[in-house]
Design a protein around this ligand. Structure first.
Ligand code: ATP
Ligand code: MG
Length: 457
């Protein structure tokens, strides 16, 4: 039989233990009874997956002391205290010390059940998020930086591992917010230059008259206002990587100079007369089609081919829908940590909305949505409409219903696999699917059990 959760019930009075445990057992809780705090404590550790319900007044260690000891083990274990009738000041101080809630004697079975259920749900959520956090912190390197389970992300990881260690100039193409800068940093970290600098310059954001000094540097007195020598980006990225972001927006007269610098492998500071060799790997990026910019004449074709020894296309988020939930959970977890908030649960309606949305701002937009979701203090259900309004999801043109349903199904199975670390029996139970159907669906969605098994790198 499936249980709703575990409850440790501690009371020195046998009759109380009997009645309370009976009520809870009738609602499918698994109840362990203890006559004193010490013997319960022996079985509680930091990962305790349940709720502690304890009387306050007991001989030996009392409920408040038990509360303190439990919270020292893990301050997120919910402890519900049972207080004598009229002992409100005691109850209030217990809450202040971190008790989850209190029940004033005599209490009805409904109140008990409702409190314990709420506490149990909160606990499961906390443990689940801890597990996720652990999984996410266990992965390091590229996998820990460029997150995602989709095939597209796996391909990116491979391309980064293949191209990273070469000195080849890589050209990244992808919509806004889809992770071009993350990929550029991963390439840098996968290279032998990883101990050198990673220097980024946004070619679309620098006024044309400053561009040359920004990128090549200048000597003092090179122009009015140039009081001292300045080192340009090419030089400061020496022995490292220079990331030319929005490269197609580079002013045309500068394109010639950059091309020449790349061909000769030397630069000249503005107002200087010395040729300075540099050893810098170039990674460029654009969110618009570079060939179109070439055809329109705004981007030099010879520069494009010099920068594009290898091209990496980063697909938009809507084309790798199986990453949406993982990233959303990851960013809410990070935001919850940063703002010291609880990690809100994600009801299935919310998941469906997130999956169906087209995410024109890609991962950046998703990250913002996850942060707002954590910071929003509305109850879970209203939070969803809040996200809806604030990301314009409501007006979004989704993909077809069938496509969305396929995504959604894949995502739910994937989530369950991850939660249960690839334990098929648990997934069958959770999704209430016969083995054959589950296998079939996993096969259709290209999901492989092994990839979710514990200890996977
Ligand atoms: N796969 C990913 N895993 C984790 N974080 C990601 C991933 N992709 C993107 N991000 C995060 O999303 C945000 C946007 O990513 P990034 O700045 O790399 O996008 P971009 O393609 O350079 O965007 P733009 O075109 O607007 O410059 C960043 O905060 C980045 O850390
Ligand atoms: Mg960027």
């Amino acid at each position: 039989m499936m249980t709703t959760g575990t409850v440790f019930l501690i009371d020195d009075e046998e009759s109380m233990r009997m009645s309370v445990s009976q009520w809870l057992s009738l609602s499918d809780f698994h109840v362990d009874c203890f006559a004193d705090a010490q013997s319960a404590l022996k079985q509680i550790d930091a990962g305790f997956d349940g709720v502690v319900v304890s009387d306050i007044r007991m001989p030996g260690m009392d409920g408040l002391e038990l509360l303190r000891t439990v919270l020292q083990l893990d301050d997120e274990i919910p402890v519900v205290l049972i207080t004598a009738h009229g002992d409100i000041p005691m109850a209030v101080s217990a809450i202040r010390e971190g008790a989850y809630d209190f029940l004033e004697k005599p209490f009805s079975p409904e109140i008990l059940l409702e409190t314990v259920k709420r506490a149990g749900e909160k606990r499961s959520l906390i443990l689940e998020n801890r597990k996720l956090r652990q999984q996410l912190t266990r992965v390091s390197g590229i996998e820990g930086k460029l997150l995602g389970n989709s095939d597209a992300i796996q391909v990116l990881h491979r391309e980064i591992r293949d191209l990273g260690p070469t000195d080849a100039s890589v050209f990244l193409v992808g919509e806004t917010g889809c992770g071009k800068e993350v990929v550029a940093q991963c390439l840098h970290e996968a290279s032998t230059r990883r101990d050198g600098p990673f220097v980024a310059i946004n070619c679309g954001a620098i006024p044309e008259n400053l561009f040359e000094s920004e990128i090549f540097g200048h000597e003092s007195g090179a122009f009015t206002g140039a009081h001292s020598r300045r080192i340009g980006k090419f030089e400061s990225a020496n022995h490292g990587t220079l990331f030319l972001d929005e490269v197609t927006a580079m002013p045309p007269n500068l394109q010639v100079k950059v091309l020449r610098a790349l061909q000769e492998r030397v630069i000249e500071r503005l107002g200087g007369n010395q040729l300075i060799p540099f050893d810098t790997r170039i990674i460029s990026a654009t969110n618009s089609n570079p060939l179109k910019a070439c055809m329109a004449g705004s981007f030099r074709e010879d520069l494009y081919y010099r920068l594009n020894v290898a091209e990496i296309d980063i697909p938009p988020l809507r084309k790798r829908a199986s990453d949406i939930l993982l990233l959303f959970e990851y960013f809410s977890m990070r935001a919850a940590e940063r703002y010291k908030r609880d990690i809100p649960s994600l009801p299935s309606e919310a998941i469906a909305i997130l999956m169906a949305y087209r995410w024109p701002g890609n991962v950046r937009e998703l990250k913002n949505a996850a942060e707002r979701y954590v910071l929003c203090s509305l109850p879970a259900r209203d939070r969803i409409s809040y996200i809806l309004q604030h990301t314009g999801i409501a007006s979004a043109q989704g993909s077809s219903l069938t496509e969305q349903m396929v995504y959604f199904e894949r995502c739910l199975i994937e989530q369950s696999l991850r939660r249960n670390q690839g334990n098929i029996v648990k997934v069958m139970e959770e999704l209430d699917l016969p083995r054959r159907t589950l296998n079939q669906k996993m096969q259709n969605h290209g999901l492989v059990r092994k990839e979710y098994a514990e200890g996977r790198q």
